[in-house]
Design a protein around this ligand. Sequence first.
Ligand code: GDP
Length: 366
Amino acid sequence: MLKLGIVGLPNVGKSTLFNALTSAGADAANYPFCTVEPNVGMVEVPDPRVDLLAEKVQPQRVQRATVQFVDIAGLVEGASEGEGLGNQFLANIRDTDAVVHVVRCFDDDDVVHVMGGVDPARDREIINLELALSDLGVVEKRLEKAKKSARGNDRDALAELGLLERLNTALGEGKPARVVEANDEEQKILRSYNLLTSKPVLYLANVAESDLPEGDNAHVRALRAAVESSGERADIVPISSKIESELAELPAEERTEFLSSLGLTEPGLHTLIRAGYKLLGLQVYFTAGEKEVRAWEIPVGAKGPEAAGVIHSDFERGFIRAETVGWEDFVKTGSVKAAKEQGLMRSEGKEYVVKDGDILLFRFNV
Ligand code: GDP
């Protein structure tokens, strides 16, 4: 399950967005392994392909992919030193897959800006600096330890030292760990530190209703310029959290009309989830049985056994082959059965690179 942390300065629209995104909510009872906390919300990934599969197969159960949003409040200037609610909140970011950094890009005199005025470049920098400083604390401790061990010619410590020194310099300059170069071995070490600034990030520009549908204004352009000049290749997704919250309150049948009155074709939630999948290089494949039609999340490039392993590790270990119907063949023939009859079901082996939307049935040894 994709887990996205929502960060940003106070009063930029995080909670408004979080509440809107999670209001439809996935039924928590279906996810007994997930902690239910007020700042954690689960959303089913909207996917018309799942609807079509379910319509054709008429299964007893439909299980969509899910995304968990975590509203990380309390990040203010000085948070890394324990200001505001400080470090406790930074810790919440550690177990997310990626960060959605909300930046205020709307003008509204009625909404106080904690830093005095709307300035997306400055806001972005404040948050990024707090995250970098928090990571710097972690890196400094590790560096001290590695230096001691390296004196004893500990090989692992020596290998780590170079990486830690580069991280130390970058973070000390307020740069994120993401931009630090690391070879494959160092990447592995880096992952084990679980630094906040090594997580993939996307910027959510919270724009005014009048900026839709393009979501472009001077603040968004300033944010884009700041992101580009820092060398970060992060996406900027413009969304109006106010519109999202109004949308969430409407009955389902009125939403399409409301969206089209704004020139939009889909809710911001869909745009955001797609951006999150792209950011993390994720895609889905489907299983389609009479009991259950289900979407499974896998990394782009995953081969048959890895895809099978998402269902159960036994499937991965005992993988023999995957009976596969490509999404286009499914649509063309109208059903898995028809695709099979027309010879469009392929038998794929261990080296098969699974494609987005593939319908798979695994054969495996137990
Ligand atoms: P948070 O502190 O970042 O969680 O911010 P909130 O979501 O609580 O929003 C702070 C204030 O800004 C609230 O009064 C919201 O109604 C308002 N607000 C949030 N998003 C928008 C927006 O897109 N446009 C306008 N005009 N106001 C917004």
